[in-house]
Design a protein around this ligand. Structure first.
Ligand code: SAH
Length: 303
């Protein structure tokens, strides 16, 4: 298919609150996608970590967005409205090839199998006969929370979790995103599951997806930074974060794993696994999975 999207590429050369103003103007239109093209600095060592350096508010980088619309008329009207509101904004009208957008478009997401689970968007619920005797369906509404099952790291965490004895265990899900790992643990019979995320939008999306499933009341979602407000330690700790965050927060995470507990880590690749393992040196490795160059580890805390 060689369709393209009518789009605006917007650039502001100075930090002047233009992000808020552009967002406000765009609410009168119906952009189908907004992509932030601004470059963010990498921390020393090059491990990408969303929390380092802390992104100041307003962000240091000038605005650089591409905004796609469903039709050229709306794109042009939005362009004129932005030009009126922000005379210094550089506005370019372009036609973006649709390959990437179509691939990322949420409506194209299908149910996926991972470990004992099928993660399904509401529009692709598998018929009961397709589940197989051992598969449990988790419905996730793709939205602000990462974790639709379409990323290898989420799937590998689910595979590792599926092989653990979760019944009656306490479970912590650090960076719960869509809540998918917490829901899986609750459905496996965990005694108490706490999904923590620093992002209110992620917790809102986890709570709305939780309502689409029939879950035991052992599950709770909390908006919090686990490094600043440590939750109670648990028997199984899941942390699908980033290599940078896992290494810089290793001591905080390790303290949350109870003696003899398990730690499932992901969100890093082959180049980072050495650093991650070194940061959890006192936790012997039990399992390692790899998919699309991503790694997931199951570590064990000694008694
Ligand atoms: N657990 C899901 C989502 C992983 S994405 C899955 O496996 O698919 C990582 C999530 O961690 C994001 O939603 C991000 O907001 C959250 N996060 C990052 N740093 C955090 C912190 N310090 N405390 C709590 N959540 C954090």
């Amino acid at each position: 298919m060689s369709q393209s999207w009518p789009a605006l590429v917007l650039r502001a050369s100075a930090v002047d609150g233009s992000e808020d103003l552009v967002s406000a103007v765009l609410t009168d239109f119906n952009p189908v996608a907004i992509q932030d093209l601004a470059e963010r600095p990498l921390p020393p060592g090059g491990l990408w970590d969303p929390t380092y350096p802390p992104i100041p508010d307003p962000p240091p980088t000038p605005l650089h967005w591409s905004v796609c619309f469903s039709d050229p008329g709306e794109r042009d009207r939005a362009g004129r409205a932005i030009a009126l509101a922000l005379p210094l904004m550089k506005i370019e009208r372009v036609d973006l090839p649709d390959e990437d957008w179509a691939a990322r478009s949420q409506q194209s997401l299908k149910a996926v199998r991972a470990g004992a689970f099928i993660i399904a968007p509401p529009w692709d619920l598998p018929p009961p006969a397709a589940h197989g005797v051992d598969a449990t369906v988790i419905v996730i509404e793709p939205s602000m929370g990462f974790g639709t099952g379409h990323h290898a790291t989420t799937r590998m965490c689910l595979r590792l979790l599926s092989a653990l004895d979760v019944a009656d265990a306490t479970v912590l899900d650090l960076g719960t995103g869509s809540g998918v790992l917490s829901m899986a643990a609750a459905l496996m019979g965990a005694r108490r599951v706490t999904g923590v995320d620093v992002d209110q939008d992620a917790i809102d999306s986890a709570e709305s997806s939780a309502r689409l499933n029939t879950l035991p009341d052992s599950i709770t979602f909390v908006v919090s930074d686990f490094r600043k407000a440590p939750p109670a330690p648990a028997d199984i700790v899941l942390a699908n974060l980033t290599g940078g965050m896992l290494t810089s927060s290793a001591a905080d995470i390790a303290a949350l794993v109870r003696p003899h507990g398990r730690l499932i880590l992901s969100g890093f690749d082959h180049t980072e696994v050495g650093c991650v393992l070194a940061s959890f040196a006192s936790f012997p490795e039990r399992q390692r999975l790899s998919e699309d160059n991503w790694i997931a580890l199951e570590l064990h805390r000694r008694g």
